[in-house]
Write a protein that binds this ligand. Structure first.
Ligand code: NDP
Length: 397
């Protein structure tokens, strides 16, 4: 059906490349481009058959991107580089007339702050150009947003309470490692907590609110309220929400390492001089931590991510829990990456498929919950992320 360009050859890019290659009826021509071309070549070789073309590109550079887009002429760019590149890639899409999809919202390098405002500001320009931009199409944001839209459409007249619960009960055997890009991950989990209640944001100290929650097939895990980007678009798109929170599990070891990293200044994002060279401590830390893409081989256990929702249907209060459990081992067997890359890359491929089939296609900039959730939910069951529903169970929240 068409031509796609994947930008970014990390853990998530690896999964997207494998998954588009499994769906050649939809993705007829594919290119994988990134800063380091050898990484693209290695992924293309792993998939084999010369199906994936590769290229080098600096996605911070709009002119370079435009030249690549004009050369390959993709219908859609799947941006799985870093959140820092979102705006330059969107600028290049506008200039070359290409549609856009990503999995994480824009974040400036010099400030650990992510929000949709920067990308929502492109709404009129994408509309006028007749181009579609699909924002936040990983697992969270992504599947969690589609789960919410699906629940609102089929199971509730009004949703009032939303708790997104993200558990990684996997074990990679390392003392400390992050499951995706360490710089982005550490910036995300060390910031203050934030959730929506009664029409306003409530700010907490980092990891201040926590309690054990039970995850299916896993059991109880200490879970912490953190701020996560999909809350911003979900409270806007589902204004009946009285409260919306995001919970993530962390082990004690992980939190201790994180505290030490912060206390000794290694999480700093400003520049320091070292031996006459400017370095950013968190970028240096990334260079010495395990590469998230290499964790897969010895990773055991499951991720479990879902939405716990309470609201009203036909005048009755009801609860609904929809979730997916993903095995790190199964993800590794299929794509050579661990479960966190897998749960992000599969939805990115499905979002791209929705666009290529013309199902999620409208001019402008949209978060995934603004599209029809049903065909996306069907595809999750077919491509490795099946979901389970529990009606009127105890949400523990
Ligand atoms: P990695 O760090 O493993 O990979 C990032 C890739 O982007 C690398 O190949 C890197 O190149 C490339 N890249 C970075 N800067 C540039 C640039 N200027 N130009 C071209 N390429 C560049 O990250 P992940 O694969 O773990 O994550 C990818 C994205 O997925 C991130 O944005 C992350 O936030 C998002 N994510 C979303 C989730 C969700 O559920 N929604 C969950 C997990 C991740 P190089 O190899 O040279 O460094």
């Amino acid at each position: 059906m068409g031509r796609v360009l994947i930008i970014g050859a990390g853990g998530v890019g690896t999964v997207v490349a494998h998954k588009v290659a499994q769906n050649r009826d939809v993705f007829t021509e594919v290119m994988l481009a990134s800063r380091t071309k050898s990484k693209c070549d290695a992924i293309a070789a792993q998939i084999g058959g010369g199906f994936i073309k590769t290229a080098q590109v600096d996605a911070d550079n709009v002119a370079e991107l435009v030249a690549l887009f004009n050369d390959f002429k993709p219908e859609l760019v799947i941006n799985v580089a870093l959140p820092y590149q979102d705006l330059t890639i969107m600028d290049a899409c506008l200039e070359a007339g290409v549609n856009y999809l990503d999995t994480a919202n824009y974040e400036p390098k010099e400030e650990a702050k992510f929000e949709y405002g920067w990308q929502w500001a492109y709404q009129d320009r994408f509309k006028q150009a007749g181009l579609t931009a699909i924002l936040g199409c990983g697992f969270d944001p992504g599947v969690t947003s589609v789960y919410t839209a699906y629940a609102a459409k089929h199971h509730f007249d009004e949703i009032h309470y939303l708790d997104i619960v993200d558990c990684n009960a996997g074990d990679h055997g390392k003392a400390f490692a992050t499951n995706f890009n360490p710089e982005i991950n550490i910036r995300e989990v060390t910031q203050k907590g934030k959730y929506w209640e009664n029409g306003q944001w409530v700010i907490t100290e980092p990891h201040e609110i926590h309690k054990p929650l039970n995850y299916p097939e896993i059991g109880p895990k200490e879970s912490y309220v953190i701020y996560h980007e999909e809350l911003e678009s979900l409270v806007k798109n589902f204004p009946t929400l009285k409260r919306a929170r995001f919970w993530m599990t962390f082990g004690q070891e992980y939190l201790t390492h994180l505290r030490v990293i912060q206390n000794i200044g290694m999480a700093r994002i400003d520049t320091v001089m070292y031996n006459g060279v400017e370095i950013v401590p968190i970028q240096f830390l990334k260079a010495v931590l395990p590469n998230p893409g290499d964790l897969g081989e010895n990773y055991t256990g499951w991720t479990s991510i879902g939405c716990r929702i309470k609201g009203v249907k036909d005048g009755e209060v009801k609860t609904y829990y929809v979730y997916n459990n993903c095995s790190h081992e199964a993800a590794y067997k299929e794509t050579g990456t661990q479960g966190v890359s897998y749960t992000t890359g599969v939805p990115a491929m499905i979002g791209a498929m929705m666009f290529m089939k013309g199902i999620w296609k409208k001019a402008g900039v949209y978060n995934v919950e603004e599209f029809n959730p049903d065909p996306f939910m069907d595809e999750l069951n077919k491509h490795g992320l099946p979901w389970v529903e529990i009606h009127n169970g105890d949400l523990e929240l």
